[in-house]
Design a protein around this ligand. Sequence first.
Ligand SMILES: [Fe+2]
Ligand SMILES: [Fe+2]
Length: 322
Amino acid sequence: MASAMELSLLNPAATHRHRGGLAGLPLARRSVVRFRVSASAAAAAPPKSSGPKKRGKTEIQETLLTPRFYTTDFDEMERLFNAEINKQLNQAEFDALLQEFKTDYNQTHFVRNPEFKAAADRMEGPLRQIFVEFLERSCTAEFSGFLLYKELGRRLKKTNPVVAEIFSLMSRDEARHAGFLNKGLSDFNLALDLGFLTKARKYTFFKPKFIFYATYLSEKIGYWRYITIFRHLKANPEYQVYPIFKYFENWCQDENRHGDFFSALLKAQPQFLNDWKAKLWSRFFCLSVYVTMYLNDCQRTAFYEGIGLDTKEFDMHVIIEV
Ligand SMILES: [Fe+2]
Ligand SMILES: [Fe+2]
C-alpha cells in the first residue's frame, strides 16, 4: 500500500468527534492527541524485530487525516472466500496471480546506498521537517497494509490457501516498503517503533465490502502517485533531493499488482459492485478517498513544492488516471 488507506474521513468515530465537516479540519489538526513513539516507549514494549537503534524520538500527530490501521470481520471474509459457498471465485485467476507474487520481482530492489544519509544531511529547515513527516506518514500507511494483509493471510489459510498466500506475499511487500521508509527516517536520526505502534494504536473497523473498496483504491492511487513522482523527477533531476524517489518505479509495480489482486477479488464478489446500493457506496468511497487525499496534500504543499510539483495539478493527474 502506498500513501494508502488514508480513509480517515470515513471513520465514523472521527467524523462524529469533528462534526464541523471539512471546514473544521484546520482546528482538528491543532487539537491533536499526541501519539508518542519514543525510546522510553520502546523500552516499555519492545518490538520483536531488532530494527534500527532508536537514536531519537518521533511523534505521529493523530488527526482526522492520519493514516490509520484497519481491521475487519474475518469470519465474513472466510465465508466470502470459501469456494463451496461462492461459485464466482475464479481460482485459475488467483493461481496465476499467486505465481506472479511468488516471482518476487523486487526481492533485491530495496538496497540502500550512502547517497541517502548525505542527502538527508543536506536538508535543512522546513523542508527537512516536511520530509520527516512524509517518511513517517508513508511508513505508517505501508505498515497499515502489512498488518491487515498479514492477518488476512493467516485467517484465510484453511478456507482458501491460494488467496491466503497472496495476502501473505502482499504483506511481505508492504513490510519491505515500510522498512525502507523507516530506514529513511534513520537518515534523519529518527525511527518509528513499529512493534509498539502495532500494539498501541487504535484500529478502525470496516466491513469486508468497504475494505475491498478502500484497499483497491489505495493501491491504485499509490501506484499513480509513485509513478507520477518518479517520472516528474526523472524529467527534472534538479528536484531529486532525496534518493528514495529513484526507487519508486519498481516500487509502484508492487502497488499495481496489489491493486490487480483486489480487482480480481471484487470481480469474485459481484454483489459488491452490481446493485444500486453497491454502486452508490463505491462512488461514495471514491469521492471520500479523493477528498481525503486532496486535503492531506493541501496541508503539505511545501513538500510537493519542495520536489517541484504543483499540489493541485499532481492530485488532479492522479485522480484522472485512477
Ligand atoms: Fe506498499
Ligand atoms: Fe500495496
